[in-house]
Ligand binder design. Structure first.
Ligand SMILES: C[S@@+](CC[C@H](N)C(=O)[O-])C[C@H]1O[C@@H](n2cnc3c(N)ncnc32)[C@H](O)[C@@H]1O
Length: 199
């Protein structure tokens, strides 16, 4: 596996949240197992997860959206410096208002949601239609450092609100009649969501 340890270390030292190694390795394995070749990522940060995927999965293209301009510019630089411009296309925009017509692909093998946690359901509803019928969606961080299991004891009001929203999304998707959800206790909790097979 090719790693970008310097970029990862550098991001963490500045409190830029990038996927944990265990999580990204797991994600790459899932995409390989499902023969995925295209991914739409919501939340690029400085391009670390996109670069890990592009460098470790054969014949793989990613389109990724980032809201923060500083991070976007750093991602553009990292992607170019590592010769990944042909595989990663990055957009500077708010994914909630982004015009999907700009995307190169209109259908993806997988969707990876890794942006503002309070908006998971909105991202899912907007972008899941761009995922092929047999494709999948991965959502990271659904345990939110274990807090989701003990909401009543969270003192900070904003954190409590956020964790409640994450829990609401988790409960919504786990009980959805159109989707099957596999939950994996990897990193901070990863959900693999697929459409239920049509009978
Ligand atoms: C957890 S980080 C992404 C980490 C990245 N996937 C990685 O592992 O290298 C989340 C990113 O989502 C971005 N973000 C938050 N809300 C967003 C939105 N509405 N549209 C696009 N990006 C957003 C944040 O600026 C942040 O950089």
């Amino acid at each position: 596996m090719k790693y970008f340890d310097e970029i990862e270390k550098n991001a963490l030292s500045r409190h830029i949240p990038v996927m944990q190694k265990e999580g990204i390795e797991f994600l790459i394995q899932i995409f390989k197992d499902h023969h995925c070749h295209s991914c739409l990522e919501i939340g690029s940060a400085i391009g670390y997860s996109a670069m890990m995927m592009a460098s470790n999965i054969d014949d793989f293209e990613i389109e990724t959206i980032e809201l923060n301009e500083e991070r976007f510019l750093e991602a553009v630089k990292n992607i170019a410096e590592n010769g990944l411009n042909d595989q990663i296309h990055i957009y500077l925009d708010d994914a909630l208002s982004f015009d999907c017509q700009q995307l190169i692909h209109q259908q993806f093998d997988c969707l990876f949601i890794d942006a503002a946690k309070a908006q998971y359901q909105k991202f899912f509803e907007k972008y899941m239609p761009l995922v092929k019928d047999n494709g999948l969606c991965i959502v990271d961080n659904l345990d939110f450092h274990g807090m989701i299991f003990d909401i009543e004891h969270i003192k900070n009001r904003n954190t409590k609100q956020l964790v409640k929203k994450i829990k609401r999304f988790k409960d919504w998707i786990l009980n959805h009649d159109k989707y099957d959800v596999e939950y994996h206790q990897v990193g901070d909790g990863i959900c693999v969501i697929k459409r239920k097979e049509k009978r």
